[in-house]
Structure formats: structure tokens, C-alpha cells
Design a protein around this ligand. Structure first.
Ligand code: AMP
Ligand code: ZN
Length: 117
């Protein structure tokens, strides 16, 4: 897929609206449009990375930063102690629908099954 057609690249460029909860030079977090939990935030690298399967050596740093941002959001939004779940779907069998790497951050209730298969 070309970057110009990518939904999440369009959100990064403000071409499609989103409810942003965190933004810096490299990372954006916004509310999922179809939440699966009371808190459902998507955390993405602004740079287009198709999925975990397309990570390059240069991308290692951004993955660490994304987890730090998740930690910050959990602290700022007040659910760090109660807990949360991070999910990354990868590829067709992994259930990935938007082909721009994103980390689902779910919180706000006791979540259900630990492994969905
Ligand atoms: P995945 O199935 O892992 O690719 O997840 C894609 C997620 O993107 C789903 O949870 C959708 O609800 C969410 N989504 C799709 N379009 C938008 C949008 N315009 N704004 C926010 N979230 C979206
Ligand atoms: Zn993209």
C-alpha cells in the first residue's frame, strides 16, 4: 500500500480527524473509533511501518519509545496501577486490518480472555 493511501498516515497528517491523546515528533496516540474497552487508544509511529513483520534495525528505538509513551499515557490517564493490555495484530492471520503498525492500549475494566485464538 502506498503511504498516501494509508488511513493512519492520513491521521498523522491531519487529513482525517482523530481524538488525539498524545503526540510528539515521532509518535501519535489517538482514541480507537470502535472501542473494545472503556479506554481504547491506538499508539502509532508517525513514520509509516506496515507491521511488526516489516520492522527494520533502525526501527528498534521507536518500538522502545512507543512502550514508554504507553507507560506515560497509563500514568497520565490514571490507569497505570489498575492495569491495562497492549495488543499488536500482525498480518492477515493476526487480524490486522489497518496496515500501519499500531499498538492497541486497552484499559478501564477487567479485560476478558487473556489469549484470543
Ligand atoms: P487492527 O484490526 O489491529 O488493524 O485495528 C485497527 C483499528 O483501527 C480498529 O480497532 C479500528 O476500530 C480502528 N480504526 C479504524 N479507523 C479508525 C479511525 N478513523 N480512527 C480511529 N480508529 C480507527
Ligand atoms: Zn501509514
Amino acid at each position: 500500500m502506498k503511504m498516501q493511501e494509508c488511513l493512519f498516515c492520513k491521521i498523522v497528517k491531519d487529513e482525517i480527524p482523530a481524538t488525539k491523546v498524545y503526540e510528539d515528533e515521532e509518535i501519535l496516540a489517538f482514541k480507537d473509533i470502535n472501542p473494545a474497552a472503556p479506554i481504547h487508544i491506538l499508539v502509532i509511529p508517525k513514520k509509516h511501518i506496515t507491521s511488526l513483520a516489516y520492522l527494520k534495525e533502525d526501527d528498534e528505538e521507536i518500538i522502545g519509545k512507543i512502550y514508554r509513551v504507553i507507560n506515560k499515557i497509563a500514568t497520565d490517564e490514571g490507569f497505570k496501577e489498575k492495569g491495562y493490555r497492549v495488543i499488536v495484530n500482525c498480518g492477515e492471520d493476526g487480524g490486522q486490518e489497518v496496515m500501519h503498525l499500531h499498538f492497541h492500549l486497552l484499559a478501564g475494566k477487567k479485560l476478558g480472555e487473556k489469549i484470543v485464538a
